[in-house]
Design a binder for this molecule. Structure first.
Ligand SMILES: Cc1cc2nc3c(=O)[nH]c(=O)nc-3n(C[C@H](O)[C@H](O)[C@H](O)COP(=O)(O)O)c2cc1C
Length: 319
């Protein structure tokens, strides 16, 4: 596989602000190494203004690759400066956010607002394509209020040299409401020459396979945050491999310890471990260990984490 080209359907971890940082990407890649991982979105203007922080934002380990850096903004030169830094640090591709519906993002003419400013969207893609060696992709939605402009919009981006597109099957107006509609995404694929990836409501292996249709892969967001091990099941379904057994308590504990080590790095343990609490609440529920919920929500250090896992093992053995 050479992002975004592949003879097999691709499995992509969606960009998710507050989730898909280095630690989460490391965990998902440990679970299913064939995943293509996107970063959380980063402001092109912020990166362009503070290039000295580039290492912190963009340095990746080999195990995380291929990593696609997602940027948002509106100024082609900011995008270019930020993208060149990302490229310098070894990202596999740069993705442009043209789908975020958050009020504060759209108010600045970023994210979904670019759906309504096709000339600017094209200028950003063209600028990056002129100077970057890595592939340039876009993630967007079906449209502002409906999907009637989707094909002409993406065709124009393709004319600028765009390398691939991911579509979240909801409109800007829908935000996260209703079900994702993949039908316009299949029609888009028929009208384009570049890879098209679908996104929205892939929950497990069955729904991934049912939604894949004529597309080049699926991107998974919320389901991976609820249970990162679902990526292995989804991969197996996409690649027609035997469905994996559900992970054991020990395996998931090892995964979360790896996550913790990656999250801590050379930073203080407290904040990194506190960030894990939202995942640990799901983890105790998954193994029917609700009596450990209070302990999971109080994790503050590696020692607390190890104690939680030891108590969980003990509970399972006693039961
Ligand atoms: C907490 C959260 C943060 C998100 N952050 C981003 C982001 O940074 N960039 C982006 O393009 N989409 C972002 N999204 C949207 C997801 O990438 C994805 O399009 C959406 O969740 C639908 O896919 P799903 O049904 O698999 O979750 C975010 C979604 C969530 C729930």
């Amino acid at each position: 596989m050479s992002w975004p080209l592949s003879s097999q359907p691709l499995l992509i971890l969606a960009p998710m602000d507050g989730y898909t940082d280095r630690a989460f990407r490391t965990l998902v890649k440990w679970i299913e190494p064939r995943t293509v991982a996107f970063t959380e979105f980063l402001s092109a203007a912020t990166v362009a203004a503070q290039p000295k922080l580039a290492a912190e934002w963009f340095a990746t380990t080999d195990a995380e690759q291929p990593v696609v850096v997602q940027l948002y903004g509106k100024d082609p030169q900011d995008f270019l400066r930020a993208a060149l830094l990302a490229e310098q640090y070894g990202c596999a591709g740069v993705d442009l956010n043209m789908g975020c519906p958050a009020k504060k993002v759209v108010a600045h003419q970023h994210g979904s607002a670019l759906l309504k400013n096709i000339d600017l969207a094209c200028a950003i893609v063209a600028t990056l394509k002129k100077h970057l060696r890595v592939p340039v992709t876009v993630k967007t939605r079906l449209g502002w209020e409906d999907a009637s402009h989707l094909i002409p919009f993406v065709q124009r981006l393709q004319d600028q040299g765009l390398d691939a597109i991911t579509i979240h099957g909801r409109t800007y107006a829908q935000k996260f409401q209703g079900e994702a509609d993949w039908r316009p995404i299949y029609a888009l694929k028929d009208a384009l020459n570049i890879p098209v990836f679908g996104n929205g409501d892939v929950m497990d292996g069955g729904s991934a396979l049912q939604k894949l249709g004529n597309l080049n892969g699926v991107m998974v967001g919320r389901a991976a945050t609820q249970d990162p091990w679902i990526m292995r099941e989804i991969g197996a379904a996409l690649w027609q491999e035997t469905s994996p057994l559900p992970p054991t308590l020990d395996e998931t504990a090892e995964g979360w310890l790896r996550f913790a080590r990656a999250a801590i790095g050379d930073r203080p343990e407290g904040p990194a471990c506190q960030r894990m609490r939202k995942f640990l609440i799901q983890w105790v529920r998954r193994f029917g260990l609700d009596h450990l919920r209070a302990q999971a929500t109080a994790v503050n250090s590696m020692a607390d984490l190890q104690a939680l896992f030891a108590d969980a093992r003990h509970s399972v053995v006693v039961v």
